[in-house]
Write a protein that binds this ligand. Structure first.
Ligand SMILES: Cc1ncc(COP(=O)(O)O)c(C=O)c1O
Length: 336
């Protein structure tokens, strides 16, 4: 790890890689033994399946240092099942869940000294790729694979002050294909990148909210919520978008706090109506819950409420951060 991450100038999220990684290879129909090594370049044949046919999926979760000492991972069970499901969709071999869990825990242990204090965390990134050598494999799954786990000490996403986000509403293009949105696969990010870049270059927007045919789905890297003082509205789970662990956690906390949780499809027209008085926010492991200050749609700027992060967004975000950082009881058993 470089010494660049100081209290004054936190390094950009994910830019500092912790010193140790885990890796495990699948070959000849078997998984080998997991190894912990210093982070080192991968040795991959230039004909590796992943480099040509995009056989890659990954996860992103956080481990938090608790006030009583140990470092605990937030909802690792959910992330493991999602990785397994992504692997299935990509026809990649997948080891037993306990082996993957053990690799991730060993990565946390071996990088223990670089885990920051909360609300900072150790971000964990398991990656699974197809490594079979050959450039005639377009229609065949890779019979060889590599699973590896990286870690990155990350600061409070909101350090320097949470700012309301500016989001472009894209009401034509899809982020990815309808059935593949639930996979956390590199190809989905590649597919949406040009839209996100366009939003940034043309409108100075931080993200794109994908709403194909007017159906409000998710952004390029987070799920989407509408709030008011009584209600939480979000799209119901479907294969079209990523089933966020943060999304689920916010819904659990919202119910506990007495909000009416509504999971149903809604349109851009309804969103525009809602934000006259209500709030909008993005949820994800990195961003926790980030308030939206304005949307851009059809060339017009639409302010959300008074343009500041709303009280319900802050309340739910703080409720989640309190559990993650050990300031509130872990009453749902999310940290382990
Ligand atoms: C496309 C997309 N949707 C939603 C999410 C939120 O998922 P989670 O809350 O599990 O981090 C992410 C981030 O991982 C994402 O990349």
């Amino acid at each position: 790890m470089s010494n660049e991450e100081t209290k004054d100038t936190p390094a950009p999220f994910g830019s500092v890689i912790a010193p140790h990684m885990a890796s495990l290879r699948f070959s000849g129909g078997h998984w080998g033994g997991a190894q912990i090594t210093p982070v080192e370049p991968l040795s991959l044949h230039p004909a590796a399946h992943v480099l040509h046919y995009g056989s890659s999926c990954f996860e992103g979760m956080k481990a938090f240092r608790s006030t009583d000492g140990p470092v605990r991972i937030f909802r690792i069970d959910r992330h493991l099942v999602r990785l397994q499901h992504s692997a299935e969709l990509l026809c990649l071999p997948f080891p037993p869940l306990d082996i993957v869990e053990n690799m991730i825990r060993r990565v946390v242990e071996s990088n223990e000294s670089v885990v920051p204090q909360p609300p900072g965390a150790l971000y964990l990134r398991p990656v699974l790729i197809g490594t079979h050598e050959g450039i005639g494999g377009a229609g065949k799954p890779s019979p060889e694979a590599l699973l590896y786990v990286l870690a990155s000490p990350v600061g409070d996403y909101f350090s320097g002050g949470a700012h309301p986000l500016r989001i472009l509403i894209e009401d034509q293009a899809m982020r990815t294909t309808p059935g593949f949105g639930q996979a956390k696969s590199g190809g989905n990010y590649a597919a949406s990148l040009r839209h996100v870049k366009h939003a940034r270059d043309r409108y100075g927007a931080e993200q794109v909210l994908f709403c194909p045919g007017g159906d409000v789905q998710e952004t390029g890297a987070s799920n989407f919520f509408l709030f008011d003082d009584r209600r939480v509205l979000t799209k119901p789970l479907s294969p079209a978008f990523l089933h966020g662990v943060t999304r689920d956690s916010i819904l659990v906390l919202a119910r506990e706090l007495g909000y009416e949780v509504i999971e149903r499809d809604f349109t851009v027209a309804e969103l525009k109506d809602w934000i006259r008085t209500g709030e909008a926010a993005l949820s994800g492991t990195a961003a926790v819950l980030s308030g939206v200050g304005s949307f851009i749609h059809d060339g017009a700027e639409l302010t959300v409420g008074d343009g500041r992060i709303g009280p319900n967004t802050l309340r739910l975000r703080n409720a989640l951060l309190a559990i993650q950082s050990g300031n509130a009881e872990d009453r749902f058993g999310w940290l382990s």
